[in-house]
Write a protein that binds this ligand. Structure first.
Ligand SMILES: NC(=O)c1ccc[n+]([C@@H]2O[C@H](COP(=O)([O-])OP(=O)(O)OC[C@H]3O[C@@H](n4cnc5c(N)ncnc54)[C@H](O)[C@@H]3O)[C@@H](O)[C@H]2O)c1
Length: 367
């Protein structure tokens, strides 16, 4: 259960699916093809012990099918543990559509994709991910009920990003409490990398509490806008990892915690929204532990979005979504304390909670 990211160019050297490096006892992998619409998609269903496999659909112009399959395998597995640790009755799944969103995403293609989702009779439930908009989920909804993240006007839960951001903020507070003895962020120096849908709202929460916030992004206009709106500093240096800071909050890309960055990293806490922050879960989790840097596991603190879409299945309202998301604070503190007690990495401690929950449910249903 510790598949890591490897160079996609190497993937063909191993078994195509069951022997794939990122294959981790996935229950089902579905390859979808439709000549008329040009749809080429892969649905990964990792584990359904806790419930239907829920996870977003990503549309990306993958360099190869190996990359697409690798993403479907890795991301669906990640969803299993994210939902399990968040206490949701959901399994892990994810879909990828191979193609360019600008030139290849059409309503016909999305409907055809929805028909493939429907053919799985609810074992996989889709949602929005990179390259998808709420309106795409609304299109999918015209052919199948097995979709979440649809518009509020259609009875859905709408954009999950503000809820994700709230959970990340809770995770930051819990990790700061663990490291410094108080969760008060007033005066704490926080670097937020990536101020997109989630990052911007994280900045808002941090500034409301008086944190000193530095922001980075590849879009200069976004930086000016967010800086002016919340009074955040635009970081103008060339290596943020080497800066003195209390918290590093990655809210853009994965794998920013690696050999190179850890060697210069001055942050005392890492807590952010990005998926797969550790380039290598085992190795880099251990390196952070040795350096005394508190890492709030990504899949634990960025679960607000899945908690929000789960409302559409479990039929709870926005207030309940926020209450459950707020609980990320307690779970994070518990996991950080457990990791210390057991002498393991925080990533492993979160992972163990998820695995234990899945094992207990399996035992329950078998007896
Ligand atoms: N949206 C959600 O509800 C949600 C839920 C769970 C996890 N996540 C993860 O959180 C992260 C952010 O999600 P989002 O929805 O805000 O995405 P987004 O695309 O809206 O924002 C990402 C931002 O990062 C910036 N960026 C890209 N490369 C960068 C770089 N090298 N340095 C600095 N900034 C860079 C982009 O310009 C963009 O502004 C992603 O990793 C996503 O997978 C999001």
């Amino acid at each position: 259960m510790t598949a890591d990211i490897i160079n996609a160019n190497e993937l063909h050297k191993i078994g195509p699916v069951f022997g794939h490096y990122s294959f981790d006892n996935h229950e089902q992998i579905v390859f979808c093809n439709d000549k008329d619409t040009g749809l080429k998609a892969i649905i990964g269903i990792h584990n359904t012990v806790l419930g239907p496999a829920l996870g977003g659909t990503r549309m990306w112009n993958y360099a190869s099918e190996w990359d697409a399959l690798n993403d479907a395998l890795r991301l669906s597995r990640g969803m299993t543990f994210k939902s399990a640790v968040a206490g949701l009755n959901l399994g892990g799944g994810k879909a990828v559509i191979i193609g360019d969103t600008l030139t290849q995403k059409t309503p016909e293609l999305m409907k055809k994709f929805g028909e493939f989702v429907h053919s799985l009779s609810g074992k996989y439930i889709t949602a929005e991910d990179v390259g998808m908009a709420t309106s795409d989920m609304d299109t999918v909804r015209t052919v199948t009920p097995y979709v979440t993240g649809i518009s509020e006007s259609l009875g859905g839960s709408g954009n999950p990003s503000p809820v994700t951001a709230y959970g990340v903020y809770m995770g930051i507070k819990a990790a700061v409490k663990y490291k410094f003895g108080s969760d008060n962020l007033n005066g704490k120096v926080v670097y937020v990398q990536g101020i997109g849908n989630v990052g911007e709202t994280v900045v808002k929460h941090l500034r409301e509490e008086g944190a000193v916030v530095y922001i980075t992004d590849i879009h200069q206009n976004r930086l000016e806008e967010v800086s002016a709106k919340y009074g955040a500093h635009i970081y103008r240096g060339d290596n943020l990892f080497a800066e003195e800071m209390d918290v590093y909050a990655p809210c853009a890309l994965g794998a920013t915690i690696n050999d190179k960055t850890i060697s210069v990293l001055k942050a005392k806490v890492i807590a952010g929204a990005a998926n797969n922050q550790l380039e290598n879960e085992t190795k880099h989790g251990k390196m952070l532990q040795e350096k005394g840097i508190v890492y709030a596991p990504d899949f634990l603190i960025n679960a607000g979005g899945i908690i929000n879409v789960y409302a559409e299945i479990a039929k709870y309202d926005k207030a309940e979504s926020l209450r459950r998301t707020e609980n990320i604070y307690n779970t994070t503190l518990e996991i950080l304390n457990n990791a210390e007690k057991d002498g393991i990495t925080t990533h492993q401690a979160a992972f163990d909670v998820a695995l234990a929950r899945i094992a207990a449910r399996k035992k329950e249903t078998q007896s």
